[in-house]
Design a protein around this ligand. Structure first.
Ligand SMILES: [Zn+2]
Length: 113
């Protein structure tokens, strides 16, 4: 389950932010995960539940926002939602797509004091 590895990466980043800003308590960590990334939000939340007690933020909540798979078709100009697996343009079926959203794995927000 590579979600656990991701959780520890997130914790590392949170550690840095906490240190830089002199924070003491983290209430919530908000992540943005693309539909097309190979991360399962449910596994991520479970991994956090397992990992949290071993971190400095045992009471922090992890919220995962799923970002839609969006693309622009370079053949016909379609812009919008595409399939998450083997995406093609729903309009002209070209696979000449520029993915604009859906592959991200970002920390959107750290709610802390
Ligand atoms: Zn198209």
């Amino acid at each position: 389950m590579h979600e656990l590895g991701l959780v520890y990466q997130v914790v590392k980043t949170v550690d840095e932010v906490v240190k830089e800003n002199g924070l003491t308590e983290v209430d919530e960590i908000v992540l943005q995960v693309g539909e097309m990334s190979d991360v399962v939000p449910k596994f991520l939340e479970e991994a956090w539940a397992a990992a949290a007690p071993t971190t400095d933020y045992p009471l922090a909540k992890m919220t995962v926002e799923v970002m839609p798979a969006l693309a622009k078709c370079l053949s016909c100009g379609y812009e919008g939602h595409v399939k998450t697996f083997a995406p093609d343009c729903p309009h002209c079926h070209s696979s000449n797509l520029k993915i604009t959203s859906g592959r991200q794995f970002d920390i959107k927000e750290i709610v802390a004091k």
